[in-house]
Design a protein around this ligand. Structure first.
Ligand SMILES: NC(=O)C1=CN([C@@H]2O[C@H](COP(=O)(O)OP(=O)(O)OC[C@H]3O[C@@H](n4cnc5c(N)ncnc54)[C@H](O)[C@@H]3O)[C@@H](O)[C@H]2O)C=CC1
Ligand SMILES: C[N+](C)(C)CC(=O)CC(=O)[O-]
Length: 318
Protein backbone atom coordinates (compact mmCIF):
# COMPACT_ATOMS: atom_id res chain seq x y z
CA UNK A 1 0.00 0.00 0.00
CA UNK A 2 1.28 3.50 -0.86
CA UNK A 3 1.79 5.60 2.26
CA UNK A 4 -0.37 8.75 2.52
CA UNK A 5 2.81 10.83 2.08
CA UNK A 6 3.59 9.14 -1.24
CA UNK A 7 0.23 9.44 -2.96
CA UNK A 8 0.70 10.75 -6.50
CA UNK A 9 -2.52 9.92 -8.32
CA UNK A 10 -6.06 10.45 -7.07
CA UNK A 11 -9.13 9.14 -8.89
CA UNK A 12 -12.40 11.06 -8.60
CA UNK A 13 -15.48 9.10 -9.64
CA UNK A 14 -18.58 11.22 -10.14
CA UNK A 15 -17.65 14.76 -11.22
CA UNK A 16 -20.61 16.99 -10.42
CA UNK A 17 -20.69 19.74 -7.80
CA UNK A 18 -18.68 17.83 -5.21
CA UNK A 19 -16.62 15.49 -7.39
CA UNK A 20 -15.61 18.52 -9.49
CA UNK A 21 -14.72 20.43 -6.32
CA UNK A 22 -12.56 17.52 -5.17
CA UNK A 23 -10.83 17.44 -8.57
CA UNK A 24 -10.00 21.16 -8.26
CA UNK A 25 -8.71 20.63 -4.72
CA UNK A 26 -6.47 17.67 -5.55
CA UNK A 27 -5.10 19.40 -8.66
CA UNK A 28 -4.26 22.50 -6.62
CA UNK A 29 -2.46 20.27 -4.13
CA UNK A 30 -0.23 18.98 -6.91
CA UNK A 31 -1.68 15.53 -7.51
CA UNK A 32 -2.29 13.84 -10.83
CA UNK A 33 -6.04 13.41 -11.03
CA UNK A 34 -8.08 11.00 -13.11
CA UNK A 35 -11.83 11.54 -13.27
CA UNK A 36 -14.73 9.53 -14.59
CA UNK A 37 -18.42 10.44 -14.80
CA UNK A 38 -21.01 8.69 -17.01
CA UNK A 39 -22.79 11.91 -18.09
CA UNK A 40 -22.08 12.69 -21.77
CA UNK A 41 -21.02 16.31 -21.11
CA UNK A 42 -19.32 15.65 -17.76
CA UNK A 43 -15.76 16.27 -19.00
CA UNK A 44 -16.63 19.70 -20.38
CA UNK A 45 -18.52 20.72 -17.22
CA UNK A 46 -15.68 19.48 -15.04
CA UNK A 47 -13.04 21.49 -16.89
CA UNK A 48 -15.29 24.55 -16.68
CA UNK A 49 -15.59 24.10 -12.89
CA UNK A 50 -11.82 23.71 -12.51
CA UNK A 51 -11.15 26.76 -14.70
CA UNK A 52 -13.60 28.86 -12.67
CA UNK A 53 -11.98 27.83 -9.35
CA UNK A 54 -8.38 28.06 -10.52
CA UNK A 55 -7.78 31.84 -10.07
CA UNK A 56 -8.97 31.53 -6.47
CA UNK A 57 -6.73 28.52 -5.96
CA UNK A 58 -3.77 30.44 -7.42
CA UNK A 59 -4.46 33.29 -5.00
CA UNK A 60 -4.39 30.81 -2.11
CA UNK A 61 -1.09 29.30 -3.30
CA UNK A 62 -0.68 26.15 -5.34
CA UNK A 63 1.51 23.18 -4.46
CA UNK A 64 4.71 22.80 -6.52
CA UNK A 65 3.87 21.55 -10.01
CA UNK A 66 0.12 21.92 -9.57
CA UNK A 67 -1.66 22.34 -12.87
CA UNK A 68 -5.11 21.79 -14.39
CA UNK A 69 -3.22 19.94 -17.15
CA UNK A 70 -2.63 17.11 -14.72
CA UNK A 71 -6.31 16.17 -15.01
CA UNK A 72 -7.21 13.20 -17.21
CA UNK A 73 -10.88 12.54 -17.89
CA UNK A 74 -11.23 8.85 -18.71
CA UNK A 75 -13.80 6.98 -20.79
CA UNK A 76 -14.32 4.24 -18.23
CA UNK A 77 -14.40 3.87 -14.49
CA UNK A 78 -11.75 1.15 -14.76
CA UNK A 79 -9.30 3.47 -16.53
CA UNK A 80 -9.82 6.13 -13.86
CA UNK A 81 -8.93 3.90 -10.93
CA UNK A 82 -6.47 1.38 -12.41
CA UNK A 83 -3.38 3.31 -11.27
CA UNK A 84 -4.89 5.34 -8.44
CA UNK A 85 -3.32 5.64 -5.00
CA UNK A 86 -6.63 6.89 -3.57
CA UNK A 87 -10.21 6.97 -4.86
CA UNK A 88 -12.88 9.57 -3.97
CA UNK A 89 -16.42 8.60 -4.98
CA UNK A 90 -18.93 11.45 -5.43
CA UNK A 91 -21.87 9.90 -7.27
CA UNK A 92 -25.53 10.80 -6.59
CA UNK A 93 -26.92 10.25 -3.10
CA UNK A 94 -28.86 7.05 -3.79
CA UNK A 95 -28.16 4.06 -1.60
CA UNK A 96 -28.49 1.33 -4.25
CA UNK A 97 -26.34 3.29 -6.68
CA UNK A 98 -23.63 3.81 -4.03
CA UNK A 99 -23.70 0.09 -3.09
CA UNK A 100 -23.25 -1.04 -6.69
CA UNK A 101 -20.70 1.62 -7.51
CA UNK A 102 -18.55 0.93 -4.45
CA UNK A 103 -18.58 -2.79 -5.32
CA UNK A 104 -17.52 -1.92 -8.88
CA UNK A 105 -14.81 0.42 -7.64
CA UNK A 106 -13.56 -2.23 -5.23
CA UNK A 107 -13.30 -4.73 -8.09
CA UNK A 108 -11.40 -2.29 -10.36
CA UNK A 109 -9.06 -0.57 -7.90
CA UNK A 110 -5.63 -2.03 -7.04
CA UNK A 111 -5.60 -4.04 -3.82
CA UNK A 112 -4.96 -2.05 -0.66
CA UNK A 113 -5.94 1.34 -2.12
CA UNK A 114 -8.41 3.18 0.11
CA UNK A 115 -11.75 4.18 -1.46
CA UNK A 116 -13.70 7.05 0.15
CA UNK A 117 -17.32 8.05 -0.40
CA UNK A 118 -18.45 11.69 -0.25
CA UNK A 119 -21.89 10.61 0.98
CA UNK A 120 -23.73 13.26 2.98
CA UNK A 121 -25.21 10.78 5.39
CA UNK A 122 -25.39 7.11 4.45
CA UNK A 123 -23.54 4.95 6.96
CA UNK A 124 -20.70 3.03 5.31
CA UNK A 125 -22.10 -0.15 6.88
CA UNK A 126 -25.13 0.22 4.58
CA UNK A 127 -23.06 1.07 1.48
CA UNK A 128 -20.33 -1.58 1.72
CA UNK A 129 -22.62 -4.63 1.58
CA UNK A 130 -21.87 -5.64 -2.04
CA UNK A 131 -18.09 -5.08 -2.05
CA UNK A 132 -15.73 -8.09 -2.08
CA UNK A 133 -13.27 -6.19 0.14
CA UNK A 134 -15.26 -3.79 2.32
CA UNK A 135 -12.27 -3.31 4.65
CA UNK A 136 -10.87 -0.44 2.55
CA UNK A 137 -14.11 1.54 2.17
CA UNK A 138 -14.50 4.70 4.24
CA UNK A 139 -16.70 7.79 4.30
CA UNK A 140 -14.81 11.02 3.54
CA UNK A 141 -17.59 13.61 3.81
CA UNK A 142 -16.57 17.03 2.42
CA UNK A 143 -18.21 20.45 2.44
CA UNK A 144 -19.04 22.51 -0.58
CA UNK A 145 -16.76 23.57 -2.18
CA UNK A 146 -14.12 21.02 -1.17
CA UNK A 147 -11.38 23.22 -2.67
CA UNK A 148 -12.14 25.94 -0.07
CA UNK A 149 -13.96 24.53 2.94
CA UNK A 150 -11.39 22.52 4.89
CA UNK A 151 -13.52 20.03 6.84
CA UNK A 152 -13.73 16.33 5.99
CA UNK A 153 -15.51 13.86 8.27
CA UNK A 154 -13.94 10.39 8.13
CA UNK A 155 -15.61 7.25 9.43
CA UNK A 156 -15.62 3.58 8.55
CA UNK A 157 -18.38 0.98 8.54
CA UNK A 158 -18.75 -2.27 10.44
CA UNK A 159 -16.50 -4.06 7.92
CA UNK A 160 -13.95 -1.28 7.41
CA UNK A 161 -10.49 -1.94 8.80
CA UNK A 162 -9.30 0.68 11.30
CA UNK A 163 -6.10 1.06 9.27
CA UNK A 164 -8.12 2.31 6.26
CA UNK A 165 -9.79 4.99 8.41
CA UNK A 166 -6.39 6.05 9.81
CA UNK A 167 -4.86 6.05 6.32
CA UNK A 168 -7.64 8.24 4.89
CA UNK A 169 -7.49 10.70 7.78
CA UNK A 170 -3.74 11.08 7.39
CA UNK A 171 -3.99 11.43 3.63
CA UNK A 172 -6.64 14.16 3.83
CA UNK A 173 -4.48 16.05 6.33
CA UNK A 174 -1.49 15.89 3.99
CA UNK A 175 -3.80 17.05 1.21
CA UNK A 176 -4.64 20.17 3.22
CA UNK A 177 -7.93 19.25 4.82
CA UNK A 178 -9.11 19.60 8.44
CA UNK A 179 -10.15 16.14 9.52
CA UNK A 180 -12.58 14.86 12.10
CA UNK A 181 -12.09 11.12 12.49
CA UNK A 182 -15.11 9.43 13.98
CA UNK A 183 -14.98 6.12 15.87
CA UNK A 184 -18.69 5.44 15.42
CA UNK A 185 -21.22 5.85 12.64
CA UNK A 186 -23.14 8.75 14.18
CA UNK A 187 -26.26 9.40 12.04
CA UNK A 188 -25.56 12.38 9.77
CA UNK A 189 -21.94 12.45 10.97
CA UNK A 190 -21.35 15.58 13.09
CA UNK A 191 -21.60 18.71 10.96
CA UNK A 192 -24.50 17.55 8.80
CA UNK A 193 -26.45 16.47 11.86
CA UNK A 194 -26.10 20.02 13.15
CA UNK A 195 -26.88 21.58 9.78
CA UNK A 196 -29.92 19.38 9.26
CA UNK A 197 -31.40 20.41 12.61
CA UNK A 198 -31.11 24.05 11.56
CA UNK A 199 -32.44 23.28 8.08
CA UNK A 200 -35.45 21.39 9.45
CA UNK A 201 -36.39 24.39 11.60
CA UNK A 202 -35.89 26.75 8.64
CA UNK A 203 -38.28 24.68 6.50
CA UNK A 204 -40.85 24.66 9.29
CA UNK A 205 -40.73 28.43 9.54
CA UNK A 206 -41.12 28.88 5.76
CA UNK A 207 -43.94 26.30 5.63
CA UNK A 208 -45.79 28.06 8.44
CA UNK A 209 -45.27 31.54 7.02
CA UNK A 210 -43.23 32.44 10.12
CA UNK A 211 -40.18 33.60 8.13
CA UNK A 212 -39.27 34.24 4.51
CA UNK A 213 -36.32 32.59 2.80
CA UNK A 214 -34.57 35.96 3.02
CA UNK A 215 -35.23 36.23 6.77
CA UNK A 216 -33.76 32.77 7.29
CA UNK A 217 -30.56 33.59 5.40
CA UNK A 218 -30.13 37.02 7.01
CA UNK A 219 -30.69 35.56 10.46
CA UNK A 220 -27.54 33.50 10.00
CA UNK A 221 -25.27 35.73 7.87
CA UNK A 222 -25.93 38.83 10.02
CA UNK A 223 -26.15 36.86 13.25
CA UNK A 224 -24.72 33.60 14.57
CA UNK A 225 -22.97 32.76 11.28
CA UNK A 226 -20.50 35.59 11.85
CA UNK A 227 -19.43 34.09 15.16
CA UNK A 228 -19.46 30.49 13.95
CA UNK A 229 -16.65 31.22 11.48
CA UNK A 230 -14.50 32.13 14.48
CA UNK A 231 -15.75 29.84 17.26
CA UNK A 232 -18.17 26.94 17.22
CA UNK A 233 -21.54 26.94 18.98
CA UNK A 234 -20.05 25.63 22.23
CA UNK A 235 -17.43 28.32 22.87
CA UNK A 236 -19.75 30.96 21.42
CA UNK A 237 -22.37 30.09 24.04
CA UNK A 238 -19.72 29.89 26.76
CA UNK A 239 -19.20 33.60 26.12
CA UNK A 240 -22.94 34.14 26.65
CA UNK A 241 -22.27 33.29 30.30
CA UNK A 242 -19.97 36.31 30.76
CA UNK A 243 -17.25 35.84 33.37
CA UNK A 244 -19.09 32.72 34.53
CA UNK A 245 -18.50 31.08 31.14
CA UNK A 246 -20.36 27.91 30.18
CA UNK A 247 -21.26 27.00 33.77
CA UNK A 248 -23.18 30.24 34.24
CA UNK A 249 -24.67 29.99 30.76
CA UNK A 250 -26.05 26.51 31.60
CA UNK A 251 -27.38 27.62 35.01
CA UNK A 252 -29.01 30.66 33.43
CA UNK A 253 -30.35 29.31 30.13
CA UNK A 254 -30.20 25.52 30.54
CA UNK A 255 -33.75 25.21 31.92
CA UNK A 256 -35.15 27.07 28.90
CA UNK A 257 -33.99 24.17 26.70
CA UNK A 258 -37.21 22.52 27.83
CA UNK A 259 -39.24 25.38 26.37
CA UNK A 260 -40.96 24.45 23.13
CA UNK A 261 -38.59 26.42 20.91
CA UNK A 262 -38.11 23.64 18.46
CA UNK A 263 -40.23 21.33 16.33
CA UNK A 264 -38.64 17.95 16.33
CA UNK A 265 -40.33 16.29 13.34
CA UNK A 266 -39.24 17.16 9.80
CA UNK A 267 -41.92 19.04 7.86
CA UNK A 268 -43.55 17.46 4.81
CA UNK A 269 -41.67 18.68 1.73
CA UNK A 270 -44.90 19.19 -0.23
CA UNK A 271 -45.22 21.19 -3.45
CA UNK A 272 -46.16 24.37 -1.64
CA UNK A 273 -43.07 24.32 0.57
CA UNK A 274 -40.87 23.23 -2.35
CA UNK A 275 -42.12 26.11 -4.50
CA UNK A 276 -41.82 28.64 -1.66
CA UNK A 277 -38.18 27.72 -1.00
CA UNK A 278 -37.22 27.72 -4.68
CA UNK A 279 -39.00 31.04 -5.35
CA UNK A 280 -37.49 32.57 -2.20
CA UNK A 281 -33.99 31.62 -3.35
CA UNK A 282 -34.62 33.04 -6.84
CA UNK A 283 -35.75 36.27 -5.22
CA UNK A 284 -32.74 36.32 -2.88
CA UNK A 285 -30.39 35.73 -5.85
CA UNK A 286 -31.81 38.95 -7.30
CA UNK A 287 -30.67 38.29 -10.86
CA UNK A 288 -27.29 36.77 -9.95
CA UNK A 289 -26.60 33.51 -11.79
CA UNK A 290 -25.38 30.38 -10.01
CA UNK A 291 -21.89 31.12 -11.40
CA UNK A 292 -22.09 34.66 -9.94
CA UNK A 293 -23.16 33.26 -6.58
CA UNK A 294 -20.38 30.63 -6.60
CA UNK A 295 -17.81 33.36 -7.29
CA UNK A 296 -19.28 35.57 -4.55
CA UNK A 297 -19.28 32.68 -2.06
CA UNK A 298 -15.70 31.72 -2.94
CA UNK A 299 -14.48 35.31 -2.49
CA UNK A 300 -16.20 35.54 0.88
CA UNK A 301 -14.91 32.19 2.14
CA UNK A 302 -11.35 33.12 1.15
CA UNK A 303 -11.66 36.42 3.05
CA UNK A 304 -12.96 34.60 6.13
CA UNK A 305 -10.15 32.02 5.91
CA UNK A 306 -7.61 34.84 5.66
CA UNK A 307 -9.16 36.92 8.43
CA UNK A 308 -9.20 33.98 10.84
CA UNK A 309 -5.59 32.95 10.08
CA UNK A 310 -6.55 29.58 8.64
CA UNK A 311 -4.50 29.86 5.50
CA UNK A 312 -1.09 29.38 7.08
CA UNK A 313 -1.93 26.40 9.26
CA UNK A 314 0.75 23.77 9.63
CA UNK A 315 0.19 20.85 7.26
CA UNK A 316 -1.53 23.00 4.68
CA UNK A 317 1.22 22.57 2.14
CA UNK A 318 2.89 19.43 0.91
N1 LIG B 1 -23.73 19.09 -3.14
C1 LIG B 1 -23.23 19.19 -1.89
O1 LIG B 1 -23.24 20.27 -1.28
C2 LIG B 1 -22.61 18.02 -1.22
C3 LIG B 1 -22.74 16.73 -1.70
N2 LIG B 1 -22.11 15.68 -1.08
C4 LIG B 1 -22.23 14.32 -1.58
O2 LIG B 1 -21.47 14.21 -2.78
C5 LIG B 1 -22.07 13.24 -3.65
C6 LIG B 1 -22.29 13.88 -4.99
O3 LIG B 1 -23.22 14.94 -4.85
P1 LIG B 1 -23.24 16.18 -5.85
O4 LIG B 1 -21.88 16.41 -6.39
O5 LIG B 1 -23.95 17.27 -5.16
O6 LIG B 1 -24.18 15.62 -7.00
P2 LIG B 1 -24.21 16.04 -8.56
O7 LIG B 1 -25.53 15.64 -9.06
O8 LIG B 1 -23.77 17.44 -8.71
O9 LIG B 1 -23.07 15.11 -9.17
C7 LIG B 1 -23.20 13.72 -9.24
C8 LIG B 1 -22.43 13.26 -10.46
O10 LIG B 1 -22.41 11.84 -10.44
C9 LIG B 1 -22.55 11.41 -11.79
N3 LIG B 1 -23.05 10.02 -11.77
C10 LIG B 1 -24.30 9.56 -12.00
N4 LIG B 1 -24.31 8.23 -11.90
C11 LIG B 1 -23.04 7.85 -11.59
C12 LIG B 1 -22.42 6.59 -11.39
N5 LIG B 1 -23.09 5.45 -11.45
N6 LIG B 1 -21.10 6.56 -11.13
C13 LIG B 1 -20.39 7.71 -11.06
N7 LIG B 1 -20.92 8.93 -11.24
C14 LIG B 1 -22.24 8.99 -11.51
C15 LIG B 1 -23.51 12.39 -12.42
O11 LIG B 1 -23.36 12.38 -13.85
C16 LIG B 1 -23.06 13.70 -11.78
O12 LIG B 1 -22.11 14.38 -12.56
C17 LIG B 1 -23.32 12.76 -2.95
O13 LIG B 1 -23.04 11.57 -2.25
C18 LIG B 1 -23.63 13.89 -1.98
O14 LIG B 1 -24.36 13.48 -0.86
C19 LIG B 1 -21.31 15.86 0.03
C20 LIG B 1 -21.13 17.12 0.54
C21 LIG B 1 -21.79 18.29 -0.02
C1 LIG C 1 -26.75 19.76 1.27
N1 LIG C 1 -25.84 18.73 1.78
C2 LIG C 1 -26.55 17.94 2.80
C3 LIG C 1 -25.51 17.85 0.66
C4 LIG C 1 -24.69 19.45 2.33
C5 LIG C 1 -23.54 18.63 2.82
O1 LIG C 1 -23.52 17.41 2.88
C6 LIG C 1 -22.33 19.38 3.33
C7 LIG C 1 -22.20 20.81 2.97
O2 LIG C 1 -21.50 21.14 2.03
O3 LIG C 1 -22.83 21.63 3.64
Amino acid sequence: MTSPENVRRVACVGAGVIGGGWVAHFLARGYDVTAWDPAPDAGRKLRRLVDAAWPTLISLGLADGASPDRLTVTDTLEQAVSEADFVQESAPEKLDLKRDLLARLDAATPAGVVIASSTSGYPMTDMQTAAADPSRLVVGHPFNPPYLVPLVEVVGGEHTHASAVAWASRFYEIAGKSVITMDNEVPGFIANRLQEALWREALHMVANGEATVRDIDLSITEGPGLRWAVMGPMLTFALAGGEGGMAHMLDHFGPSLKSPWTRLEAPELDKQLYDAVVAGCDEAADGRSIADLVAERDRGVVEVLRATGRLDREGDSR
